[in-house]
Design a protein around this ligand. Structure first.
Ligand code: ZN
Length: 316
């Protein structure tokens, strides 16, 4: 199946899901069913939802789709000899071509707040994404319940899901939070004018690296990928989880070789230094990590190898 036909199928499935969600609300359900907690109606075994905890916060990774990239020395390991890239992948038992990235966002429920970290690709044509709304519902959350959407950066596979298929805000009751320089760059990008107009009234910006953007969430400035790229540290008590955004893209290439150039990085030397520094921090502090692009669910930790490099250790 081509990506385009898959998209059409996904769009159709989405439309059907929305239609069924609407029609299932009428006629009113019998009292016994109405009293059942909504979460019980949700299959907990959805392959697109991975639940976990951050202290007392309920969290879930919510799957959007995939990105497939050629291993041709132009994207994830720019200018590196193919044999070196292949050897790195083969050592981890991975196919060498094409390269696969997952797309997922993070859902955190903390008291009255229902928080998302990135929103998937929506209708972005370069990705085989768009499952985010269905996955979110499988996690037991309706889009209108979301109170805060934290954006790591304004690339399409992270902000595409901010609007629905009609270009209207997908999370109408949420504050959309991103760094001041990222919002400024987004507003200056003519290609994102429609998205900017759609979400402008929802946006609240913060200074790069701001602590407690909301209680329990620090922004972590990770420079180089985009003008105001942010990771986020979610904290409850002693529990910590670092949502890394696009500080790293591929769980082997980006982690084992953080200094290899990635075409998506706007300022590659700065991004490479940032990537290496963030991996070092994650390893040294033993932080739980959530990644939007590592193999689903993208939850795990970073460890140092004896040669000074890093490795991704997915959670069991
Ligand atoms: Zn991305």
């Amino acid at each position: 199946m081509t990506i385009a036909s898959r998209h059409r199928l996904l769009a159709l499935a989405s439309a059907i899901a929305l239609a069924c969600a609407a029609c299932s609300q009428q006629p009113p359900a019998p009292a016994a069913q109405a009293e059942a907690p909504a979460a019980e109606a949700v299959p907990d075994s959805s392959p697109d939802v991975h639940r976990f905890a951050i202290g007392a916060f309920e969290a879930a990774m919510v799957r959007d789709g995939d990105i497939t990239l050629p291993n041709d020395g132009t994207i994830l390991a720019v200018g590196q000899p193919r044999a070196d890239v292949d050897a790195l992948l083969q050592a981890e038992g991975l196919a060498t071509d094409p390269l696969q990235l997952s797309i997922q966002g993070l859902l955190v429920t903390a008291g009255e707040r229902v928080m998302l970290f990135d929103t998937g690709a929506g209708a972005a044509s370069f990705a085989d994404g768009g499952r985010f709304p269905q996955s979110l519902r499988a996690a037991g959350v309706e889009p209108a319940q979301v109170t805060d959407v934290f954006i790591s950066h304004a690339h399409g596979d992270h902000v595409g899901g901010l609007v629905d298929g009609n270009g209207q805000p997908a999370f109408p009751n949420a504050t959309v939070r991103l760094s001041e320089p990222e919002w400024a760059a987004m507003q200056a990008d003519a290609g994102q004018a429609a998205l900017v107009q759609a979400i402008a009234s929802q946006v609240d910006t913060f200074a790069p690296g701001a602590g407690d953007v909301v209680p329990g969430v620090d922004a972590v400035a990770v420079d180089g990928h985009t003008p105001g790229h942010s990771a986020y540290l979610v904290k409850d008590g002693d529990a910590r989880l670092l949502y890394i955004g696009d500080a790293a893209h591929h769980h082997v290439i980006s982690v084992r070789r953080p200094r290899w150039t990635i075409r998506f990085d706007g300022d590659a030397p700065v991004a490479e230094a940032s990537r290496e520094a963030l991996l070092a921090r994650a390893a040294d502090e033993g932080l739980a990590i959530a990644s939007p692009h590592f193999p689903f669910p993208g939850v795990g930790r970073i460890e140092r190898r004896e040669d000074g490099s890093f490795a991704w250790v997915p959670a069991q």
